[in-house]
Design a protein around this ligand. Structure first.
Ligand SMILES: Nc1ncnc2c1ncn2[C@@H]1O[C@H](COP(=O)(O)OP(=O)(O)O)[C@@H](O)[C@H]1O
Ligand SMILES: [Mg+2]
Length: 478
């Protein structure tokens, strides 16, 4: 089973990799040492043979000399306890003239007189160690021929190699323990910031989104993550604050009409009244209830516009035609104020026909409501290179600059009580903004005091339109 902790998993992986590495290196070192020892053994054997030949040339002229004065050669062999020297004559069978050294008892294979000599031969000693044997035929000054057999017991080499293997086998677990431990420690330390992430994540809740990750001192990879987490918390914080604000506003918006309704009903019921009075009260209550019902349906619409699935009905929309249809609907209310509605220009957009109608209708109803009686309300369409603009412009008192940034917030009105009296909910422009966000566009306002007010819808040009995923997910509360 795989360990679940990253530090443990990495520690074990590093250990396994180190084990393979150490084993490969140890095998390589073993092969190199073994080869070098072999080369040295052969060189040593050759060198010793040369020295023996030299001694024979200098002081031992015949086989008799060898038998009588063995000490000349003994000096070459004694003291080097891994060499064994055997000298044989050339008779058949060969007679042993001398046998000196550590392995005197060892029966070395003696080649026949005519047999060609091998350079080296490898044998096993009684203890199981390798014995390297060299042969050489030498002609003495007397003309007699002798055979020199020099052997080297490689016990010390084998002991050295065994010691190497043993120390490697003992050292390996210690090295692995050390490497594994260090690996685990380094990873454990490196992941410390992640534990800080966890602590923050455990403490974050809707009531407290003020916590932020410490970015200083973090490694680059985690610094980006910490930045992203902080940004996410920041956005969530903003959204939650807006949500809280929205529910406060909503409660506030509902409280006054409900208090009104309740007050009217209580006062009316406090004593007997003529039927006409009941009728009047009921009519006024119905008006209030209609406004409440409008507010609820607008809020439901806002919620539905915030869903990405709202884009499913998108298609090409002729903005001039849609503006025309909306203008016809408002013709009578414009007439009431002796206002003229005119539409100029043309343009197409990709979107939901009914939603676009609703956006234009919200702007037009505001324009007529706030426009100077007898003036003209203009819907102007302009096609730019990458966007199509639809502006609704009316003459009137205009809006003070300080209100402009908040105009599209839910329930925001410049004159709250006047708006309520006129049946406004303060949600019209918020709906316009949500519709435009859904279409990958935007809405802007321009106003000059005592002059005019113009709201412009900007749609992405249908030819260059690529609504990115981020604009599809319109923020639910903005
Ligand atoms: N054409 C306009 N001229 C002046 N003020 C406007 C205009 N359109 C909107 N406003 C201001 O913006 C506020 C918000 O508009 P809106 O969201 O449509 O809410 P409502 O119309 O229900 O009051 C209005 O209350 C009004 O004060
Ligand atoms: Mg409105």
């Amino acid at each position: 089973m795989k360990p679940t902790r990253l530090s443990m998993r990495l520690g074990l992986t590093v250990t396994a990799m180190s084990a393979v590495l150490v084993l490969v290196m140890a095998t390589f070192a073993y092969a190199t040492i073994s080869h070098q020892l072999d080369v040295r053994a052969r060189d040593g054997l050759n060198e010793k043979l040369g020295q023996i030949e030299h001694s024979l040339e200098e002081s031992l002229a015949s086989t008799a000399d060898i038998v009588l004065h063995p000490h000349n050669l003994r000096d070459q062999i004694i003291g080097h306890d891994n060499f064994t020297l055997m000298i044989l004559d050339s008779g058949t069978p060969r007679k042993r003239l001398m046998n000196l050294g550590s392995n005197e008892g060892l029966e070395l294979p003696v080649p026949d007189t005519d047999e060609p000599l091998q350079d080296f031969q490898r044998l096993k000693s009684a203890e199981g160690y390798e014995i390297l044997v060299a042969y050489k035929k030498v002609r003495l000054t007397s003309g007699q021929q002798i055979l020199i057999i020099l052997s080297l017991d490689r016990k010390s080499d084998v002991t050295l190699l065994n010691a190497f293997v043993k120390s490697t086998l003992i050292g390996l677990p210690l090295i692995l323990l050390l490497v594994g431990g260090c690996g685990w420690w380094v990873v454990h330390r490196g992941l410390r910031p992640l534990r800080a992430f966890r602590k923050i994540a455990e403490r974050v809740c809707a009531r407290d989104l003020s916590l932020r990750m410490k970015v200083t001192g973090l490694p680059d990879e985690l610094r980006d993550l910490a930045h992203a987490v902080n940004l996410m918390l920041h956005r969530l914080d903003g959204d939650v604050q807006q949500l809280t604000q929205f529910s406060d506003d909503l409660a506030h918006e509902l409280r006054s009409p409900m208090n009104n309704l309740m007050g009217k009903a209580q006062v009316t019921l406090s004593r007997e009244r003529p039927p006409q009075e009941y009728k009047k009260v009921l009519e006024s209550c119905t008006e209030e209830l209609e406004r409440l019902s409008l507010m609820v349906s607008q809020m439901l619409f806002l919620a539905s516009v915030s869903q990405p699935s709202a884009r499913l009905a998108f298609g090409p929309v002729n903005l001039h035609e849609e503006a025309q249809k909306v203008a016809e609907l408002f013709a009578s209310s414009a007439e009431e104020k002796a206002m003229l509605l005119q539409i100029q220009g043309s343009g197409c957009a990709q979107g939901d026909r009914l939603m676009i109608q609703r956006a234009i209708s919200n702007l037009l109803s505001n324009a007529i409501r706030h426009g100077t009686p007898g003036s003209t309300v203009t819907i102007m369409l302009v096609e730019h290179a990458d966007e199509v603009a639809l502006a609704v412009r009316n003459e009137g008192d205009g809006i003070e600059t300080e209100h402009l940034p908040r105009l599209f917030d839910r329930f925001y009105r410049v004159h709250p009580s006047r708006s309520r009296q006129q049946g406004g909910t303060g949600l019209g422009l918020a709906i316009v903004r949500s519709i435009m966000t859904l279409h990958g566009g935007r809405v802007a306002v321009e106003s000059e005091l005592r002059q005019f007010t113009a709201f412009t819808l900007y749609f992405p040009h249908p030819l260059s339109q690529k609504i990115s995923a981020s604009t599809i997910n319109a923020p639910a509360f903005s």
